[in-house]
Design a protein around this ligand. Structure first.
Ligand SMILES: [Zn+2]
Length: 282
């Protein structure tokens, strides 16, 4: 029988961007861009996270120049009730309770909190980790990477997702065909989502109420944009590692969306998804 997981959506800070940058044909005005993370409750292995959102470490890392430019381009808000410790406390958990963190990719708004998690193992795609290691301080900044966010023990605590057993995904997930059995019990499947960065990873799992949840990180920035086939503007897509691959992944999500009522797709920065699921699941 499939292992089912508890799932809660966390909102760990936000920034804002002009809508016309986040989707073609969007308005000029700013739209909220929440940093969402997933809290997964595994019956045997305990609480886990998918990404961490922002943290105080983000502000420390972007204090000096040139890193401060990151903060100036995307002004970030992180209120006391939005921090990871505050969000976990609502579920009766503390930072040291988290044993596994699935990192979709290493952009600062997804990993800023990993240094606060003393007992976590990290999972990420090899190409993503290699890409971050290869870049210079300035080159990293241009790509959204802040290397000082990685704890010194990162390498020792890392499992490359692509070293886990490769498994076929169910036909209902077409055109996403394969994933990696991250925990060895088929409860959490890592799914490559190419294009946004060199090694973006989504995860797929089942909840106790028979929903299949697909956390897709930055493969799209809102479900509305997918529904109306509005990928990010050329300005934003210039930051992507492979624009063609991004558009293929985006089209794959469009194919999935609405075809299967039991599938919940969760992008990391979708305000409407937060409004729908952040309360429903709490
Ligand atoms: Zn990103």
């Amino acid at each position: 029988m499939t292992t089912t997981l508890g799932f809660h959506l966390l909102r760990i800070g936000h920034c804002s961007h002009p809508e016309c940058v986040t989707q073609r044909g969007g308005r000029l005005g700013n739209v909220p861009f929440p940093a969402l993370a997933g809290l997964l409750l595994h019956p045997r292995l305990g609480p886990m996270l998918f990404d961490t959102g922002y943290s105080e470490a983000f502000f420390t890392a972007t204090q000096p120049f040139p890193e401060r430019l990151y903060r100036l381009v995307t002004p970030v808000s992180l209120t006391a009730s939005e921090t990871l410790p505050a969000q976990l406390e609502r579920h009766g958990l503390a930072l040291h309770d988290i044993g596994h963190v699935f990192l979709s990719h290493l952009h600062a708004d997804h990993i800023a909190g990993i240094g606060e998690l003393p007992n976590a193992r990290f999972f990420a795609m090899r190409d993503e980790v290699d890409a971050m290691r290869r870049v210079s301080r300035i080159g990293g900044l241009r790509r959204g990477y802040l290397r000082t966010l990685l704890p010194a023990s990162f390498d020792a605590r890392l499992t490359c997702a692509d070293d886990c057993e490769r498994v076929a995904l169910p036909p209902a997930m077409h055109p996403f065909t394969h994933g990696f059995d991250l925990l060895g019990d088929a409860s959490v499947l890592g799914v490559p989502l190419p294009g946004h960065t060199p090694g973006q990873l989504g995860i797929l799992f089942q909840t106790a109420n028979a929903q299949t949840v697909f956390l897709v990180a930055d493969a799209c920035w809102s479900l509305e944009a997918v529904r109306h086939d509005r990928p990010p503007s050329w300005i934003a897509s210039r930051l992507f590692s492979d624009k063609g691959a991004y558009l293929r992944t985006f089209a794959g999500l469009r194919h999935l969306l609405g075809r299967n009522d039991a599938l919940t797709i969760v992008p990391s920065h979708c305000e409407l998804t937060w409004r729908r699921l952040g309360h429903e699941l709490r």
